[in-house]
Design a protein around this ligand. Structure first.
Ligand code: GNR
Ligand code: NI
Length: 181
């Protein structure tokens, strides 16, 4: 397996609408394996294909990672191909969200508290799942990535621009510190 590069805002790949997958084959399973390994390596709970520069409708989630205090160890990996949210609850919940493509920035986002999602699993089998709590939040965050939407797009323009400016500063700093090869 391979750890992939994570693209960060404002990279245009994150703004693109990803294409549906037409077949769950070994090549796609390898992509999902690599995405999962990349997600564990970066201590994320979810990862969508556009975040690793692949513009297809694939995402992985694992909310049951344990590795001492933190994340990063395989718990219960979930794989979603061509996910479609077919029902949203009226009730909403607020979560302090972060994103591997908007590193070190966090903000509260309000979303429907429960959803129902239709998708293909790791073996290409059709599945339906009802989710609440963090799984519902994470699934919506990941499906947004497939439509070119970041969590900061749910904030006011003022908050979003503050975060984007901070991120730009941070990126410049880490580029300046990087050792030239
Ligand atoms: O690791 C992640 N944590 C997280 C926390 C709250 C809401 C959503 C997330 S997903 C994020 C990983 C990521 O960027 N997925 O796209
Ligand atoms: Ni994200």
């Amino acid at each position: 397996m391979t750890i992939l590069k994570i693209y960060t805002a404002p990279d245009p790949v994150l703004k693109r609408v990803a294409s549906p997958v037409d077949k769950v084959d070994d090549a796609l399973r390898r992509q999902m394996d690599d995405m999962l390994e990349t997600m564990y390596d970066d201590d994320g709970i979810g990862l969508a294909a556009p975040q690793v520069g692949i513009s297809n409708r694939v995402l992985v989630i694992d909310l049951e990672q344990k590795d001492g205090a933190g994340l990063g160890k395989k718990g219960n990996p979930l794989y979603f191909v061509n996910p479609e949210i077919i029902w949203f609850s009226e009730e909403c919940s607020v979560y302090n969200e972060g994103c591997l493509s908007v590193p070190e920035m966090y903000a509260e986002v309000e979303r429907p508290a429960q959803i129902r999602v239709k998708y293909l699993d790791y073996n290409g089998k059709e599945q339906e799942l009802e989710a609440d709590g963090l799984l519902a939040t994470c699934l919506q965050h990941e499906v947004d990535h497939l439509d070119g939407i970041l969590f900061i797009d749910h904030l006011s323009a003022l908050k979003r621009n503050i975060i984007l400016r901070k991120l730009k500063k941070l990126t410049k700093l880490s580029e300046a510190e990087a050792v030239p090869v």
